[in-house]
Write a protein that binds this ligand. Structure first.
Ligand SMILES: [Zn+2]
Ligand SMILES: [Zn+2]
Length: 931
């Protein structure tokens, strides 16, 4: 359906960039901190496929496990909704409103302002700043259809007090529309939505009998724009709500929809968020405006999907076969398929995606920074898909042939589904193929097969991942500790009340000395908080201050021990350190000896050697990152890391394997900077300032407003946001050796390396191996390589001699095989000892040189593996003999199979003892088949 052009709409026309910025500025002027969008990959939340709303990055605040330095926030969040209850990929591009990727504007209050401010600001922004017509705006409020929860008269009261608000425009709805819950239990509350009436002409059900246009109705006249959520309750059971001591505001305003209303386009695709992308595609296709409208669906699909692909790859999600990576692959392939409908035969998405980057690069700098990697990944994926799509259409043609041969004009649906599930060839594309040949598809059968598949493999079936499983689990970090987070929250409150812990919680200083004095503030055994613990018992220890590092940014937690600092001796071995809720650090371990008591003075000691090894590896990780960017290019970006005491692991984006020369270059680069003995400089900085100056942020991490940066060298060779612990000088790393380079996922490489002690051990064990081998061969290690080459040459020489001898023996055997005459045709069948297929074929050539007409079958069983080779001269092929069928029939006797051309064929088997009997059947077979 071509887009409707609508002329009515507020003027002057604002750009989408201005609209986004106006929203941020409006709330900044009202005391809000502008917070950057979090990555599309929610850091630390494995329960969620993609960040799908603005609240994901603040979830911990609502759950009470996290805190921030601010109480008012405004942001524009990147979101992806690809499937399930929120969206269906199939709809995207087929109408004027569905998208995979979108931007969600939001303002937030964490225990700060509430309904009065949220509502009056929303009204002011809409009607004063953006001049939306007051008489066309409606507000929905909550009224419980079950009568259990109080009606939200408070919100309604604020609405009717707004200047120019028509009090008849407050409409009440129940739980489905106007009550927000995070999960079965936890924070929840009523919400209030602003809808706009686009006028009777916008109704798509005009003239349908019985239809009335209304808010939350089924036509397109009323459009929901902004949802204001008021989190005021904590749900503790199916029908029990407790008021929250601190109430929050969480709002969501979809940018695409807002822009379509403010620009009066009637379609999100017609806004300036998409038109430049669509225009680039049109230029590439060489279409006129009219041709574009004829192909409006492919244009929309390509615009939506290229935008999503750019943002996904910009956040490090490259095309692949599982989960998030699969989604990236799927949308690029879908865009490519729809591109074929516009006549694109070669990869075409790169310039389209380039337009996305140019258009969004300012608001989302990660796009511009990763431009090279984004463009390359997209083109690579298009190429890969073009290879499979040929196979898929080939298989499709085969199915069409079958159908015609069966005398039908309808292709069975389950066959089409098979094609879809095996090759990813969508139904629509296949229908096109079938239509060109005058055939139809039995779609009901396709749907049945799809349903069946979904029933077995989950709602999205073919995607092989449960994409719709987007709901948040109450708290993913619960499993980390042995206690639910809420218990630690209580413990924290209790220790604060007692004055055992400061109000800000545990003082966490992983940069402090490796030995420190403290007090045993909290002691938890398997039975809960305890006054004391016995030897052998597992315990959790809380200290008012700790220098033990808690796993973060890839660096593993510290281990160590806590011992009594006063008379009565005891010792706790610390195996792990964690932070189950903000403000609490716990040491997990067990009592080695004595009986620790709450309140005891303690001396805590971090395993110093282990920690120093970790620090060497961490500092080396930063150098490695810099080396990769310097040698491979700026697209090489950290995609994950592990900093352990014995090794470091570093994943990064790079489209192909590194060459051995590049690996050596990187290793040399790092070692050169180690030897240069650079000092490291640690600074606390405003995040914006640090990123502006080029500091590298970790993918998937969330950062506060103040960040710690680490720079190496002067002039600077590495500059990263990092909370880890490091050596003060690169020289202390000692040596750096890459132990492996390989692939983790499509477009992601992994390097493993060792430093310091680990590097010395690695060198020592390699030298030992070298010396052992040299001693065995009686040479010095430096001569080892030459000696091995000599041995190989000797071995090759001996093999040639053996092979010559075997060949002589085989020829001798062959000579003794007398041809048998079958109807005047010479037939030879015989067993040759211990030779391979090549030798058998050589002997067969000898036979053919002597006999212009004849049949020969030779077999051998080197290493007890039967090989049979058969040949039939061309004149006998014309008389009905076929070497492939002959060899197949003989091979069956020895438990094998094979085949080949009519003149020459080969087979294998499993039972060499039956070869003589099998060969004896050859003359009879020839007689039976000769015409
Ligand atoms: Zn209507
Ligand atoms: Zn780091």
């Amino acid at each position: 359906m071509p887009p409707k052009k609508r002329t009515r709409g507020p003027s002057p026309r604002r750009s989408s960039g201005q609209i986004r910025q106006t929203f941020l500025d409006f709330f900044r002027d009202r005391g809000h901190t502008i917070v950057p969008s979090m990555s599309l990959v929610p850091g630390g939340d494995e329960t969620l496929l993609f960040t799908n709303s603005g609240m994901v990055q603040f979830k911990d605040i609502f759950l009470g496990t996290g805190r921030r330095p601010y109480t008012r926030v405004v942001d524009s969040q990147k979101c992806m909704r690809v499937a399930g209850k929120h969206n269906d990929l199939d709809d995207v591009g087929r109408d004027d409103s569905h998208h995979t990727f979108f931007e969600m504007l939001g303002n937030w209050s964490f225990g700060d302002y509430y309904k009065a401010e949220a509502i009056s600001w929303a009204w002011e922004l809409f009607t004063e700043v953006w001049s939306l017509p007051k008489d066309r705006l409606y507000a929905t409020c909550f009224e419980d259809e079950l009568g259990e929860i109080a009606r939200d008269d408070e919100a309604a009261g604020h609405w009717v007090r707004q200047p120019g608000f028509d009090s008849s425009h407050v409409v009440y709805f129940g739980r489905k529309d106007n009550f927000w819950e995070m999960a079965d239990t936890g924070p929840c509350g009523p919400d209030s939505e602003i809808h706009i009436d686009l006028g009777p002409e916008a109704c798509n059900l005009q003239g349908v009998p019985g239809h009335t246009c209304r808010v939350n109705g089924d036509c397109t006249r009323f459009l929901e724009l902004w949802n204001l959520v008021f989190i005021q309750y904590n749900r503790t059971g199916p029908s029990s709500l407790e008021p929250l001591p601190k109430k929050h505001v969480d709002t969501g305003l979809g940018l695409e929809r807002l822009v379509s209303v403010l620009q009066g386009t009637g379609s999100t695709y017609r806004t300036d968020l998409f038109m430049p992308i669509i225009e680039t595609t049109r230029g590439l296709a060489g279409h006129s405006e009219a041709q574009m409208l004829e192909h409006w669906t492919p244009y929309r699909v390509i615009a939506d999907h290229s935008r999503a692909a750019a943002f996904l790859i910009g956040d490090g999600v490259v095309p692949g076969n599982l989960g998030r990576n699969y989604v990236t692959r799927m949308i690029i392939r879908r865009a490519s398929l729809f591109g074929a409908k516009l006549g694109f035969e070669e990869p075409f998405l790169a310039p389209v995606v380039q337009t996305v980057i140019e258009q969004y690069g300012e608001a989302y700098p990660e796009l511009a920074q990763n431009q090279g990697a984004i463009l390359q990944s997209v083109t690579d994926e298009e190429r890969r898909f073009q290879r499979t799509v040929e196979v898929a259409t080939g298989a499709g043609e085969e199915i069409l042939r079958e159908t015609r041969q069966a005398g039908s004009d309808e292709v069975p649906g389950e066959r089409v589904f098979w094609l879809f599930s095996t090759y990813g060839l969508p139904l629509e594309i296949f229908k096109d193929l079938a239509g060109e040949r005058g055939l139809r598809v039995e779609e009901a059968g396709f749907q049945r097969a799809m349903e069946e598949h979904r029933r077995i493999s989950g709602p999205l079936g073919v995607l092989a991942v449960r994409l719709d499983d987007l709901t948040l689990k109450a708290d993913a970090r619960v499993e980390a500790g042995r206690w639910p987070a809420s218990h630690y929250q209580e413990l924290l409150e209790q220790l604060r009340r007692q004055g055992t812990l400061p109000d800000s919680g545990v003082r966490y200083d992983p940069y402090g000395s490796l030995q420190f004095r403290s007090t045993l503030a909290g002691l938890i055994t398997q039975d809960g908080p305890a006054d004391s613990a016995a030897a052998g018992e597992p315990v959790v220890v809380v200290l008012p201050e700790t220098h033990f590092y808690v796993e973060a940014g890839g660096q593993v937690s510290d281990t160590g021990r806590i011992v009594s600092a006063n008379g009565r001796p005891w010792e706790i071995r610390v195996e792990d350190t964690q932070s189950p809720v903000d403000g609490v650090v716990i040491h997990l371990g067990s009592v080695v000896k004595g009986e620790p008591r709450a309140g005891d003075e303690v001396l805590a000691e971090i395993d110093a050697e282990r920690r120093r090894s970790i620090m060497r590896n961490h500092t080396a990780t930063h150098l490695l990152h810099a080396a990769l960017r310097s040698i491979l290019g700026n697209h090489a970006r950290q995609a994950g890391s592990l900093v352990a005491p014995d090794r470091l692991r570093f994943d990064f984006t790079h489209p192909e394997p590194m060459t051995p020369a590049q690996v050596r270059q990187v290793e040399q680069w790092v070692n050169r900077e180690i030897l240069a003995g650079h000092d490291l400089a640690f600074r606390q900085q405003a995040r914006a300032e640090a990123t502006q100056a080029g500091a590298m942020a970790l993918f998937g991490e969330t950062y506060g407003e103040t960040v710690r940066t680490i720079s190496i060298g002067e002039p600077r060779i590495s500059y990263e946001l990092c909370g880890g612990t490091h050596m003060p000088n690169t020289g202390a790393i000692g040596a750096f050796l890459i132990t492996s380079e390989g692939s983790v996922a499509s477009g992601i490489r992994r390097i493993e390396a060792v430093t310091g002690e680990g590097a010395l051990q690695f060198i020592r064990s390699r030298l030992d191996a070298l010396e052992r081998a040299a001693a065995r061969l009686g040479v010095s290690p430096t001569d080892l390589d030459r000696r091995v080459q000599d041995l190989q040459a000797e071995r090759d020489q001996l093999l040639r001699v053996i092979s010559g001898l075997r060949s002589t023996v085989a020829t001798e055997h062959f000579r003794q095989l007398a041809p048998q005459q079958v109807d005047g045709v010479p037939v030879v069948a015989g067993l040759i000892p211990e030779v391979g297929a090549d030798e058998l074929r050589r002997l067969i050539d000898r036979f053919r040189a002597v006999h212009p007409s004849g049949v020969v079958v030779l077999a051998s069983a080197p290493d007890d593996q039967p090989i049979i080779v058969a040949a039939v001269t061309q004149d006998l092929v014309e008389r009905g003999l076929h070497a492939g069928e002959l060899v197949k029939s003989i091979a069956q006797q020895v438990g094998g199979g094979g085949g080949g051309r009519p003149t020459l064929a080969q087979a294998g088997g499993t039972d060499p003892t039956r070869l003589p009997q099998a060969l004896a059947l050859v003359p009879g077979w020839v007689e039976a088949h000769l015409e």
